[in-house]
Design a protein around this ligand. Structure first.
Ligand SMILES: Cc1cc2nc3c(=O)[nH]c(=O)nc-3n(C[C@H](O)[C@H](O)[C@H](O)COP(=O)(O)OP(=O)(O)OC[C@H]3O[C@@H](n4cnc5c(N)ncnc54)[C@H](O)[C@@H]3O)c2cc1C
Length: 345
């Protein structure tokens, strides 16, 4: 088959690598190669990334920048606790993507909007949040973000740190990279992220080297239908493969690409059902977070939704790279669900 992959981010590039032996695949990427940016905090779990990377002949360990031991979670009124990490790391996502590109036919500086792909049997929309080729969503949910690349000579934390916002609208993240560099960012459904991040950065002085950011979709696949439209098929964040509470989209996007590659062999008509099944839990987690945003979460009525993020991650501690404890989850939810948390740091 001739397959056009629109968007050479992590999901599209991974998919193209999976398919390129058996099919003729071309990737169309809006950015220029020399200025390519992988907008993201670059946090992931090494265990699942090792498995995914080995399928395309890459050694994930070569990309790891920092491997965490514990993550500090800061709660209001000076309270904090730490989560033991079991493989959560940061990695050089830009180099990882560009190394995938090395094995592919990539056309850079190519905006797919309005492009005709009449020579191709299939077109993949892997343009992430932009979802350029699939129909626009009637109702979409996303978290606006901003992220700084900061150099510290004296960093405020040595390891991962998270500071959630009230109503769990999002959080500030502090992710160590290497050589004194950190991704320090914030995203918030209610738009408080920029001010909180600037307060954080001016308090913990560091040299801001770059400013990045774009929204992260939190609408789960069930709310991103159609996942397929004619010969255009969505993969990755374009169809909601993002954990709605933690905003993790790298592994889900690559898993979504795996589902596409499997379906192409066994029958592509089954792909939407496979995606909806694989990411069904994201719909529960999304409903939970919307209730927290709207202050309508009731512990008795909504206990299944309340516990869905906990159970999902608890059963996959290695996959998420951290120890998951009910006590920690409830501390975060209790502190923030009524908005009695403050983002003061
Ligand atoms: C600030 C921030 C921090 C994040 N941190 C993490 C994290 O630490 N860990 C994690 O797992 N997830 C994180 N995420 C989420 C994660 O980055 C995304 O969900 C994931 O990268 C989605 O992969 P994707 O390939 O589907 O889309 P993207 O990575 O967005 O890739 C889409 C590609 O399509 C290209 N494109 C867009 N429009 C066009 C067009 N018109 N024509 C051609 N090409 C186009 C883009 O240039 C891009 O290369 C973060 C997101 C943000 C915004």
């Amino acid at each position: 088959m001739r397959i056009a992959v629109a968007g050479g981010g992590v999901a599209g590039s991974y998919l193209a690598c999976l398919l390129s032996e058996a099919h003729e695949v071309a990737v169309f990427e809006r950015q220029r190669r020399e200025r390519f940016k992988a907008v993201c905090a670059w946090g992931t779990s090494k265990h699942e990334m090792r498995r995914l990377s080995s399928r395309i002949g890459l050694n994930f360990d070569e990309y790891i920048l920092h491997e965490g031991k514990e993550m500090i979670v800061k709660l209001p009124r000076g309270e904090e606790f730490s989560i033991k990490l079991k493989g959560l790391c940061t990695f050089d996502k830009k180099r990882f993507i560009l190394d995938m590109h090395e094995r592919l036919k990539v056309k850079y500086d190519f905006d797919v909007r309005g492009a005709q792909f009449s020579d191709y049997n299939l077109v993949v929309d892997s343009t992430g949040f932009h979802r350029v080729l699939l129909p626009k969503l009637r109702r979409d949910y996303f978290i606006p973000t901003v992220e700084y690349l900061v150099k510290y000579s004296n960093a405020p934390f040595e390891d991962f740190c998270l500071i959630p916002f009230a109503y769990l609208g999002g959080f500030i993240w502090f992710f160590p990279l290497s050589n004194g560099l950190f991704h320090v960012g914030a995203g918030d459904y209610f738009g408080r992220h920029r001010k909180a991040l600037d307060e954080f950065v001016s308090k913990h002085r560091g040299e801001v080297m770059d400013v990045l950011g774009h929204p992260v979709r939190i609408s789960p696949p069930k709310l991103c239908e159609p996942l397929v439209n004619g010969n255009v098929v969505g993969v990755g964040e374009s169809i909601g493969a993002v954990h709605p509470v933690i905003g993790e989209g790298i592994i889900p996007g690559m898993q979504c690409a795996e589902l596409f590659a499997e379906s192409l062999e066994s029958g592509l008509e089954r792909y939407p059902a496979k995606v909806l099944k694989h990411f069904a839990v994201f719909h529960d987690i999304f409903q939970f977070i919307r209730k927290v945003h709207n202050s309508t979460l009731n512990y008795f009525r909504d206990w299944k939704l309340l516990l869905s993020p906990y159970f999902y991650m608890k059963l996959r501690e290695e996959r998420f790279g951290m120890q998951i404890r009910l006590r920690d989850w409830m501390r975060i939810v209790n502190a923030y669900r009524r908005g009695d948390g403050s983002t003061k740091i």
